[in-house]
Design a protein around this ligand. Structure first.
Ligand SMILES: [Zn+2]
Length: 408
């Protein structure tokens, strides 16, 4: 018989922002059971009575999701099992179903044999020491078991996304799910959004037969670029394996990176919310922070990590934040978490309203300078006493007055 202390985890699965390991290897159903039980205990201690559970399309996900659901019920909390879908749909469920937390079984963009867990706790991020604290050996043991409810959240989620669309000109686009967990929702959106929208690789297949679902790798965007150029489309949209990161192609087949997308969103949002704080991670180009300031916003540079950005956003009340990796967060008319499907609909809305091509919008953006170049040129300027642009005595004041703009 297993004693309370018999369970041993591989400590490497407890990461900064999530749980991740090789399914059936260092991350087994029994591990997920213990981790979900420890998470449920925290939700219960915080007054929560239910937890939403979702899963991506990996072959190992149904078993691991079952294990998480069982642990939650054995902990005495009710389970709202939303089944297969993208991570932001799980966040949406946790927010709208008034759940005390959410667990997403997903390996995100990692190879097919990987899997993992992402969390939402009391409507916010759950990371760092909180994740480490889930490595508790004791199994759940509530006297009264919770109930597992299966709930279809797809329609409510798709309706929310559709209600967001504020375009007027009809667009032609292609969307690539990379056979990841966005497939079903993405295909439904493509059929319902105004305009003509072509869904490719929409069949959810955990073996990722066509290309890897990671839009930050240009190789993975080749097929989408080909479709956009061949058919003369207005834009191409791509998602990572679990739908919390966005990739965008313009009408000329050029990739728009995270900081360029943020410039477009910032211009749109700051028109209605002058002076608002916009957050980006330290990997973004200096041009982004300068552009936010030029548009009348307050740029705030913050540490990379979707949970860290999400928390900073909640703390500062920023309506928009993003990372170079394609995590984009909207608290303006939305919930403040990283939802790439929502970000895609917002982008098409602003493109449609602009009456310009996406490539024209891209070309009108300030030139991107990598942060590394930006930092070194700033360092050179700051260290050069003979620089004609710096008056003695004014340099320090100037540098400290703009710590989070430009090269900050
Ligand atoms: Zn992801």
């Amino acid at each position: 018989m297993m004693t309370a202390n018999a369970h041993r985890f591989d400590p490497s699965v407890f990461r900064e922002y999530d749980i991740r390991g090789i399914a059936g290897g260092n991350l087994r159903a029994e591990d997920v059971y213990r981790i979900a039980g420890a998470f449920a205990a925290k939700v219960a201690a915080n007054g929560g009575t239910s937890i939403c559970v979702g899963r991506d399309g990996r072959l190992s996900s149904p078993e691991l999701a079952d294990s998480a659901c069982k642990a939650i019920a054995d902990s005495g909390l009710d389970v709202i099992d939303i089944g297969l879908g993208p991570t932001p749909m799980l966040y949406f469920a946790a927010k709208t179903q008034a759940a005390g937390g959410g667990i997403m079984i997903t390996g995100s963009h990692n190879p097919p044999d990987y899997n993992g867990m992402k969390f939402m706790f009391a409507g916010g991020a759950f990371y760092g020491a909180d994740i480490q604290s889930l490595a508790q050996p004791a199994p759940p043991s509530a006297k009264t078991k919770g109930i597992r409810h299966k709930r279809d959240i797809n329609t409510a989620y798709i309706d929310k996304l559709l209600a967001t669309y504020d375009g007027n000109r009809l667009l032609k686009t292609a969307w690539d799910a990379g056979n990841g967990a966005t497939g079903n929702v993405m295909a439904a959106l493509c059929g319902l959004l105004p305009g003509q929208h072509l869904a490719i690789n929409a069949t959810i297949d955990g073996t990722f037969p066509v290309h890897h679902p990671d839009p930050t790798v240009p190789e993975n965007l080749k097929q989408l670029i080909g479709v956009v150029k061949e058919r003369g489309l207005d834009a191409g949209i791509a998602f990572d394996g679990d739908g919390d990161r966005l990739g965008v192609i313009d009408d000329e087949g050029e990739i728009l990176w995270g900081d360029q997308l943020l410039m477009l969103y910032a211009a749109d949002i700051l028109r209605n919310m002058p002076g608002a704080t916009i957050i980006a991670d330290i990997k973004a180009s200096g041009a982004l922070f300068e552009e936010i300031e030029r548009l009348g916003g307050k740029p705030l540079m913050w540490k990379t990590g979707h949970s860290l950005i999400k928390s900073k956003m909640a703390e500062t009340g920023a309506p928009l934040a993003g990372e170079m990796s394609g995590h984009l967060f909207f608290a303006d008319r939305y919930y403040g978490y990283d939802d790439a499907l929502y970000a895609a609909v917002r982008l098409l809305g602003l493109l449609s309203r602009s009456n310009r091509k996406l490539s024209d919008l891209r070309k009108a953006l300030p030139q991107r300078i990598t942060r590394r170049n930006c930092v070194s040129s700033a360092t050179i300027r700051a260290n050069s006493p003979s620089s004609p642009r710096s008056k003695p005595g004014s340099r320090n004041k100037k540098r400290t007055s703009t710590p989070l703009t430009a090269c900050g």
